[in-house]
Design a protein around this ligand. Structure first.
Ligand SMILES: [Fe+2]
Ligand SMILES: [Zn+2]
Length: 392
C-alpha cells in the first residue's frame, strides 16, 4: 500500500497555524496600556507558587493562551496583587506573557482577535443551549456512563477498535446533531448575507467553519477536558493523551456544492475527535494508513494498518493526529462532520528532545524490531563462531 503525503497536504498544519494562531485557539495579545505598566511593571512574580491561593476562572475571556494557564500563573503573582480585581490580574499577566510571542505572531494574533470580535458582536445565535456544556442533552447515556465510571473496562464496553489505534463509539444524541447542523447553517447564512470574509478551518477545506470563532470555544474546551481527555489518557498516553490542554474545533462539509473529498494527510493534533453530524449522504469514507512520525510520514503502510471507515451520524472516531488519513469522495447528499483537534503543550515540548518515536510511529517500531532481529542474528552467529573455535 503506497502512501504519499504531497507537499500541499503536508503543510496543512503550518498553514492552519498561520491562519488561526499558534494554538488554533484564537491566540490574542494586546500590549498592556501605559497605565498598567506604570502600576505593575516593577512587580516581580514569585519564585514558588502560592498553592493555597484559589485562582480566578478565566474561561469566559478571549485570551491569547489557554485560560488554565492564567489560573496557574495567578498563583505566582506578587502577594499584593492577589486581591486586585480580575481585570487587573489579566492585564498584568498578559503583559508578562506577551513577551513570549514574537512580533509577527502578535500582529496575526491581534488580527484574529478582531475577527472574532466582529463575529461576536453581530452574529445572532440560533440555539443558545449549544454554547454551554449540557452533557445530558448532548451525549448518549451509554457514553456519559462510561466516562463517569472512568475505567479502562467501562470505556472498552462502549468502544470498538476496528484497526490498532482507531477507536469508534456512539456519542451524540440525534437532537444535538440536528441543532448543531442548524447552528452551522445559520452561521453560514449570516456569513453570506453580511458578506463576511470567513476564515476556513484549514487550507484543505474550502467549506466549513471554525466553531471556536463563533462562540463555541468554552463548550468545546469542556468537551475536551471532561470527555476526550479521560479516553485519551487510557488509549493515547504515549502522545500526551492525559495532558491535552488546547484544541481547534471546526466543522467540515462535503457533497454537492461543497468539498468533495480530502487528500491524504496528518492533523496538527495529538488526538483527533471526528464525529459525523449527518445528514443524508453516500460515500465519504475515512481511510486510515497507519501512524507515522515526521521522518516516516511518507513510508509504506503495512496490511494491518489499512482501514476504510464509513461514517454514521452521531458516532465518533478517535485517533492520533499522526495517524495518516483522508476522506474519500462523498458521492451524493450532504455530509457534515465535527472535528476537534486536541493538543498537549507538554507533549510538544518533550517531543523536541526525542529521537525515538517507536512508542507510536509504526515505521519506527518496525525499524526497531528489525534492529533487534539483526542483533539477535549477529549474536547467534558470534556464539556459533566461538563454539566452532573451541571445538577446533
Ligand atoms: Fe484530518
Ligand atoms: Zn518514525
Amino acid at each position: 500500500m503506497s502512501a504519499s503525503l504531497d507537499q500541499r497536504n503536508n503543510t496543512e498544519s503550518q498553514q492552519q497555524e498561520k491562519h488561526n494562531g499558534s494554538n488554533g485557539n484564537g491566540v490574542v495579545i494586546t500590549t498592556a496600556t501605559n497605565n498598567s505598566r506604570s502600576l505593575y511593571s516593577n512587580q516581580r512574580l514569585r519564585l514558588n507558587p502560592n498553592k493555597t491561593h484559589e485562582s480566578e476562572n478565566y474561561e469566559d475571556l478571549q485570551l491569547e493562551f489557554n485560560s488554565s494557564l492564567y489560573s496557574k500563573l495567578e498563583q505566582y503573582l506578587p502577594p499584593n496583587m492577589l486581591s486586585v480585581n480580575r481585570d487587573a490580574k489579566v492585564q498584568y499577566m498578559r503583559e508578562i506573557l506577551s513577551r513570549y510571542l514574537p512580533e509577527g505572531e502578535r500582529t496575526r494574533v491581534q488580527r484574529h482577535r478582531e475577527y472574532r470580535q466582529k463575529i461576536m458582536s453581530s452574529y445572532q445565535r440560533r440555539h443558545k443551549e449549544l454554547y454551554t456544556m449540557q452533557a445530558d442533552t448532548f451525549f448518549l447515556p451509554t457514553f456519559i456512563h462510561a466516562i463517569t465510571e472512568n475505567t479502562e473496562e467501562s470505556l472498552r464496553s462502549i468502544i470498538t477498535e476496528p484497526s490498532p489505534g482507531i477507536y469508534t463509539f456512539k456519542m451524540l444524541q440525534p437532537e444535538f446533531c440536528k441543532l448543531m447542523l442548524e447552528e452551522v447553517l445559520n452561521f453560514e447564512k449570516w456569513v453570506h448575507e453580511a458578506k463576511f470574509k470567513i476564515m476556513r478551518p484549514n487550507t484543505m477545506n474550502r467549506y466549513g467553519a471554525v466553531l471556536d470563532d463563533f462562540g463555541l470555544e468554552a463548550m468545546l474546551d469542556k468537551l475536551m477536558d471532561e470527555f476526550i481527555r479521560p479516553i485519551s489518557r487510557v488509549f493515547f498516553a504515549e502522545v500526551g493523551g492525559s495532558t491535552l490542554d488546547s484544541h481547534h474545533g471546526f466543522i467540515v462539509e462535503y457533497g454537492n456544492n461543497r468539498d468533495l473529498e480530502l487528500g491524504f494527510h496528518v492533523d496538527d493534533s495529538e488526538v483527533t475527535l471526528n464525529v459525523c453530524l449527518g445528514e443524508q449522504f453516500s460515500g465519504g469514507e475515512l481511510f486510515f494508513r497507519g501512524v507515522r512520525c515526521d521522518k516516516h510520514v511518507n513510508t509504506e503502510s503495512q496490511r494491518e494498518e489499512v482501514l476504510d471507515y464509513s461514517h454514521v451520524p452521531g458516532q465518533a472516531v478517535l485517533h492520533r493526529g499522526r495517524h495518516r488519513h483522508g476522506a474519500k469522495a462523498t458521492t451524493s447528499g450532504h455530509r457534515v462532520n465535527l472535528l476537534l483537534w486536541c493538543r498537549s503543550s507538554a507533549f510538544r515540548e518533550l517531543r523536541k528532545y526525542q529521537k525515538d518515536f517507536s512508542s507510536w510511529c509504526g515505521e519506527c517500531q518496525r525499524e526497531k524490531k528489525e534492529r533487534q532481529r539483526q542483533s539477535v542474528v549477529a549474536t547467534k552467529q558470534e556464539l556459533l563462531r566461538r563454539e566452532g573455535e573451541s571445538m577446533a
